[in-house]
Design a protein around this ligand. Sequence first.
Ligand SMILES: Cc1cc2nc3c(=O)[nH]c(=O)nc-3n(C[C@H](O)[C@H](O)[C@H](O)COP(=O)(O)O)c2cc1C
Length: 185
Amino acid sequence: MELMDTIRQRKSVRKYLDKPVEREKIVECIEAARLAPSADNIQPWRFIIIDSQELKMNFCRYVCSGIFKPTRFIERAPAIIIILAKLNIIVHRIAKVATRTDLYLLDIGIAGEHLVLQAQELGLGTCWINWFNVKKAQSFLQIPNKYRVISLIAMGYAGGRATKFKPDLPLEEILFFNDDYKKKL
Ligand SMILES: Cc1cc2nc3c(=O)[nH]c(=O)nc-3n(C[C@H](O)[C@H](O)[C@H](O)COP(=O)(O)O)c2cc1C
């Protein structure tokens, strides 16, 4: 498939078929993430896959409670990918002071989207998840302090057509050549 077709077809999937995701396909998605660019090629990402039904249910119930209950739908995704970032990397600390940018978050975003697009290419649906209790996820999984849980990605075969809550902004609203932005932003 052409890259642009894959990009156009990807939508966040929140309903899944009751069909397991083949581990080889998950590994292919992680391989796509592995090859992503990162600042100073630090590759701060680590991936934990939960595809055991019992572990997934316990995890989802624990991290999607209270204000995070709307995210409980992920318990019906056959696989949950937990993306961790390695913390306290010196280059990241210097960049944060010098540029005010958290490079590890950029890196995680890029790698995660590589993963998501590869999943799309393999016929799998995904949904990025950040509305969950990160502190509880960290403790449930007993993640060492030098790593932080950043995002989840729910993965499975789509159980219907995914629809967007909000439309994508048109190009005119987000793209500016030269000093056009001065009148438009
Ligand atoms: C960093 C990030 C976090 C997100 N967190 C959630 C979430 O917690 N729950 C959810 O249902 N969707 C979540 N989404 C999915 C967005 O709602 C979705 O990408 C957006 O509405 C655009 O729709 P599309 O992905 O179908 O293009 C998240 C997306 C991103 C990129």
